[in-house]
Design a binder for this molecule. Sequence first.
Ligand code: PMP
Length: 353
Amino acid sequence: MLLNFDAGPAALPREVLAQASAAILEYDNSGLSLLELPHRGKIFEAILEEANSLALSLLGLNDDYQILWFQGGGRLQFGMIPMNFLGSEATAGYIDSGHWAAEALRNAHLYGQSRVLGSSQADQYTYIPDWGAIPGDLAYLHLTTNNTIYGTQFHSFPETTVPLVADMSSEILSRRIDYSAFSLIYAVAQKNLGPAGVTMVAIRKSMLDQQQRALPEILSYRDMAKNNSLLNTPPVFAIYTSMLMLRWMQEKGMEAIENESIAKATLLYDTIDNSPLLYGVAQPGSRSRMNVCFRAHDDKHTQQLLDFAAARGIVGIKGHRSVGGFRASLYNAISLADVERLVDTIRDFEKTV
Ligand code: PMP
C-alpha cells in the first residue's frame, strides 16, 4: 500500500479498513451485508447510538449537545448555518481565514447581513487574522479552526457570548480543546473521521429552538435532531466506518492522539526549517499541526521531490492546486513512523541535489 498524506479523502487505519470490508461482506453474523441493513432496524440503531455516544465522549460534551449526521459535505453546512440561524435583518460574524471560510461567508449573504471580523486574504491566508472586539449582537460567529489549503490553525479562540460556530473538518478530535465553548461544530468525515459521504455535527440543543425561517425538513437542524439523523435513509456505510474510527480514537485516547500529533508536526516542521531546499508557507505562530504546507526555494525541485517520494510509495503531498508547492496532511491515521518515513525521504532527496 502507498503511504497517503492527502488532505482528503485521507488515509484510514488498516484495521478500520479491514473491519469495514468484513462488514460489507457480512455484518457481524447477521446474514446481511452492512450495505443491506435496514436503516431503522435494531442493528443500525445500535451503530448510530454508539457513534453518537463515542463522539460526545471524545469531544468531552454532555447532554446539552446532540450529534447529527448529514450528507452534502461541508458545503451544505455553509448554507444551512445562515439558513437556520441568520434572520434576514440580523448580522453574523465571520473570520476570513481561508478559502473555505470565505465560501462559508458567501452563503451568509443569501439570508442576512454579515460582517468580516478579520481577514488574512490580502496576505494569501498565511496566518490566522486578529479578530478584535466581537459585537455582542451577532447571530453567531463562524470560524474555520483549521485551514486545510494554507496550513494554518487557530491556537486560541474568540471569547464572546455570541454563539460560536466552527468548521473543524480538517482537525476534529486531533487535540484537546474546550469543545463546549462552541454552539455548533461540524466536520466532514473524509479527513480525520472516516470516508466521504457524511458530515458530523455537534450542536448545542438550545440552538435547535433558534431556527429563523421555514425550511424543508432535510435542511433543518431542528427537524434532523427530532428524527435522530434518520429523516431519510442515512449513509450507513459512512456512519459505520466513522463509528469504527471513533472507536479507534477512543482506544488510543485523546491525550495520546494529541501528543502524537504534536510530535508529528514538530518533526516535519523542524525538517523543513532546517532544509536548504524547502521553506514553510504559514507564519510560525499560525502553523497547523494537521496540514503542513511548504514550498521549494527553486521551483524545479517541486516535481523532482514529488517524483522521488512517489518512487518510495509516498503520495498525496502535492499542495492544493490553488497554491502549489507541497502539503502533507498529518491526520490521526498517520503515525509518527509514517512522518519519519516522509522526513527520511526529504533528507535523502536533499542529498541527491
Ligand atoms: N471545510 C474545510 C475546512 C475543508 O477542508 C473542506 C474540503 N477540503 C470543506 C469544508 C469542504 O468539504 P466538502 O468537499 O465535503 O464540501
